[in-house]
Every structure is written in structure tokens, then in C-alpha cells.
Design a protein around this ligand. Sequence first.
Ligand SMILES: Nc1ncnc2c1ncn2[C@@H]1O[C@H](COP(=O)(O)OP(=O)(O)OP(=O)(O)O)[C@@H](O)[C@H]1O
Ligand SMILES: [Mg+2]
Length: 391
Amino acid sequence: MSTVHSLNDVVMNGHIVVCCGSGGVGKTTTAAVLAVEGARRGRRAVVVTIDPAKRLANALGLEELANEPREIDEKFWDPSGTRTPGGQLSAMMLDTKSTFDALVTRYAESPEQTKRILANTFYQNISGALSGTQEYMAMEKLHELHEEGGFDLIVVDTPPSRNALDFLDAPKRLLRLLDNKIFRMLMVPTRTYLRVAGAAVQMFLNTVSRTVGTEVVEDIVAFFRSFEGMEEGFRERAHRIVEVLAQPETRFVLVTSPRRDAVAEARYFAEKIGTHNLTVDALIINRVHPRFTNSPTAELLARTQSLQDIAVSGLERRAARGRLAAGYTNLANFAEIADRERAHIETVRVRTGAAPVSFVPYLSHDVHDFEALAEIGSILFAEPTGPDQAN
Ligand SMILES: Nc1ncnc2c1ncn2[C@@H]1O[C@H](COP(=O)(O)OP(=O)(O)OP(=O)(O)O)[C@@H](O)[C@H]1O
Ligand SMILES: [Mg+2]
């Protein structure tokens, strides 16, 4: 069970913070907010963003693709100069392909091997686009930053996967691929003891060739063969990533919107994270609709009705009555949405145990600059937070 009590705890005592959740819920925004708040509290923080909106990227000083962290001048994230001394903020944008290239370079046995792999057409096609590669490279990057040191707080955004768990499975999937029989045969076809199996592989390749073309298959085979000798390095690395994710200083922040579909995904995530022996350390409900009033929806609708039933004379008075009735209907609609959201939120809350829950209202503007990040930061870090606090 998580021992985290607040988001303050997450940014002060966490070393790696992974922001996860389904597509579009606010992972990138949250990751940036947590890194800013960490830096403001005196930590040397870095945020690893994945495909941030262009305007947010600009605000973070990431105009061009920056696969290495860049420090951001404190005048942007601490305009009032009230930060705790020692705080630093850096940001980077994950570049899947160059992270993969760096990994190949690191584990290749010779510069020739590196060259051969990087020049391979199949590699060039998969290194940026293969499903799961982005997830794996995000984990790889966090491992690299962790190993190199230099940051107390590494906040990692996760890709907009269909399944919020994909990034957790990515290192294990790589291990499974390395253990896959066909993969192994493709990698070491020259070893004598595999000669018999070689015929089966050949048959497999002939079938694939008919579908995708001989050239593609030759490329693929050349790619796997050029990996010979590197799989051990990759395997160890994937194991270490799994270990880093399991460290107690690694915190998982689950972000969700209160919508039914996002909540269903968050619930699934909360249930499954236990199967990886991990826990959700904090839950953030983003884009919550305010309720505006405590009156029950039925009462608000009854008011609309009674206003409509009152007989009034005169055009102006009738128009005023109409506007008032419309106002109550609006209020009733908002209350209904808010009630539904709160019911959805409860279904995920019960599955995240003791993890602290924070709420961010649906802002009337996007979150693309430090001012807006600070606005969310002040809501998230004001305790206690509730779904109606920002009404
Ligand atoms: N509380 C909020 N109120 C209003 N807009 C918000 C709020 N939180 C985030 N946004 C906006 O919603 C959009 C999506 O947010 P964000 O990019 O952080 O989501 P994401 O989970 O990273 O998405 P993806 O899965 O596509 O990577 C952005 O334009 C962001 O500025
Ligand atoms: Mg994102």
C-alpha cells in the first residue's frame, strides 16, 4: 500500500514520478505542473514530456526537438522569486528515435555494428513508429536520467497509449521479444545447432516474403542479424528499468478526467498496477465541472417549471422570467454533470486505496504557459482539495 499522503510528499520525497492515464486526460500538463512545483520547493527537477502541445513546448523552451534536458531560466517559473533556494527546472521532449539510436550505439560491439543497424531501412522504420517503442524509450530515458544523476526529481510523462498500462509492459515485452524463438533464430542463424531449426525459419520467411516482399524481409533479417551480441545488453537494461520502476522512491500519479470512459480506464489501471507489484501513489482528477450550488437538481428544475408557470404581463417581464428560467435550467444541467462526475470519480477512488486524491477544475483556457501551470499548481497543492474547491 502507498505511504504517500499528499502531492507535496510526491514532489518532495519522490525521485522518479510517472504521470500516467488514458489519452488526453492531462498527463503532459500534470507532469509539467509537478516538475515546476518540485523546483519551486527547492528540488533539482526535470520533466520529460512526450509530444507536448506546441505552445506548452515553446513555454518550456523546447522549440526544436530537445532529447536532452535543458534548464529553464527561473524568471519564467518563479517570477515572484519566492522559490526555496537550490530549486532548478529543466525540460526535455522525448525523441523516440534518437533515444533508440543512443541505445544501439551504447550496446553495439563496434562502430561498424552501430552503423549497420542505424542504416538499416527496417530499423529506421520501426525505431520511431513501432507500437510500444515510444513507451519503452520513455522508460529508457528515465533510466538514463536516473543513472546519470544530476536531478533529484525526474517527472516522466507517458505516451497517449490506448492502454494506460502499455509503458509498464514495454520493458517486459522487449524481454519477451528477445526470448522469442523466431527472434533468436533470426539473430543467430549461423550457429550450427540451429541448422535444423533454420529450415523452419526459412519457411516462415518465405511465407512472410510473399506478403510483404522479399526486400523487406531481407532488411528485417539483416536487422536482426546485425543485433547479434547486443541482446544481453538490452536484456540487462530492460531488467534494470523494471527494477527502477519498483523502487520505493518511484511514484505513480494516475491522472484521469471524471468522464465515464477515462474513469473506466483509470479503474482498470488501478486494478492492474498491483499485478506489477506497484501502487498508485496519488490520484488527480482533472477537468472537473463545478457544481455551483448545493441544491438538488430536481429542485432547480422545479424552479424553472414554477417560473414558467407564473403568469406575468408585459414583454419585458416575460423576457426577464425567461432568462431566469434559463439560468436555473443551466444550473440544473451543471449540477447533473457534476453529480454524474462525482459518481464516476468514486468508482476509481475506491480502487486507489489510501492514495491522496486531488481535483483540478475545468479551466476556461488551455494550459500552455507558466502562469496556467502555476494556477493548476496552486490548486493541486492547496490542501485539502475537493471537487468544488475552485467554484
Ligand atoms: N484543467 C484543465 N482545464 C482546461 N484545459 C486543460 C486542463 N488540463 C489540461 N488541459 C488542456 O487539455 C489538453 C490536453 O492536455 P494534455 O496534453 O496534458 O493531456 P495528455 O493526457 O498529455 O494528452 P495525450 O494523451 O494526448 O498525450 C491540453 O490542450 C491542455 O492545455
Ligand atoms: Mg501528453
